[in-house]
Design a protein around this ligand. Structure first.
Ligand code: DX5
Ligand code: ZN
Length: 219
């Protein structure tokens, strides 16, 4: 059964608290926090996402799945440690060398938080194989990071397929999460390819019944 991590990127600010309550009652498995710094990606959502994450922590015990689309990784990890998210995910493309990436992975884990590593659509899956033993989750972007409401890029599905085969053959225990353009149609291929967690934004937030949509996505 796939788990759903609802992206709150597109939640309207004026009724955000009500929306978070409704998502909790609708049984989302995670809240996906899309942190953008305006440097790694064009948009800057950092203040709003931190505010949303703090609000969610006050009203819900559901886990936070923090997706850092940022260059200054250390600064943003410091910002989120106090909220004790379940996952903090960083982008492979941010790091100049293996040592820097391993240092950040350790920093996240030493704070009792599960570490995710994300790759953009054009990054080859083989580039991160060497990090898989050190992380808890691999976040495969199925759209270019930077905004919600985009169309899923079909070529990214075979990367998930390849990753699933590799971790099965090598007995690596890791979550596979897909993110971007996921809805009731596109999720089927992703389930086939072997994802554990689907990040869904607009397909849930813009739907008229969060509970039904989440139930149908999980089926
Ligand atoms: C894009 C974000 C995704 C996005 C998902 O940079 O990482 O989480 O908000 O939203 P939808 O499901 O609308 O593509
Ligand atoms: Zn995301």
């Amino acid at each position: 059964m796939v788990e759903i991590s609802t992206s709150i990127l597109s939640v309207e600010e004026e009724n955000s608290i009500k929306t978070f309550y409704n998502l909790e009652t609708a049984k989302t498995d995670y809240f996906h926090i899309d942190v953008m710094d305006g440097k790694f990606v064009k948009n800057n959502t950092s203040n709003l996402m931190l505010k949303y994450a703090e609000n969610i922590k006050q009203i819900s015990n559901l886990p936070l799945d923090v997706h850092l689309m940022v260059k200054d990784v250390d600064n943003f990890i410091e910002q989120y440690i106090p909220l004790m998210p379940s996952f903090i995910t960083v982008h492979y493309e941010v790091f100049e060398n293996k040592e820097d990436l391993l240092k950040v992975i350790n920093k996240i884990k030493q704070n009792g938080i599960k570490c995710g590593l994300s790759i953009k659509p054009n990054t080859k899956i083989e580039e991160i194989y060497e990090y898989l033993p050190y992380i808890h989750m691999c976040l495969i972007m199925t759209v270019e990071p930077g905004k919600g409401g985009q169309k899923l890029i079909p070529e990214t599905i075979e990367k998930i397929d390849k990753l699933k085969k590799y971790i099965t053959q090598n007995n690596i225990d890791i979550y596979i999460e897909a993110d971007g353009g996921i809805n009731l149609d596109t999720i089927e291929d992703l389930k086939q390819a072997g994802i554990d967690i689907a990040v869904v934004g607009n397909a849930i937030i813009k739907s008229d019944n969060f509970k039904n949509t989440i139930e149908n996505l999980k089926k």
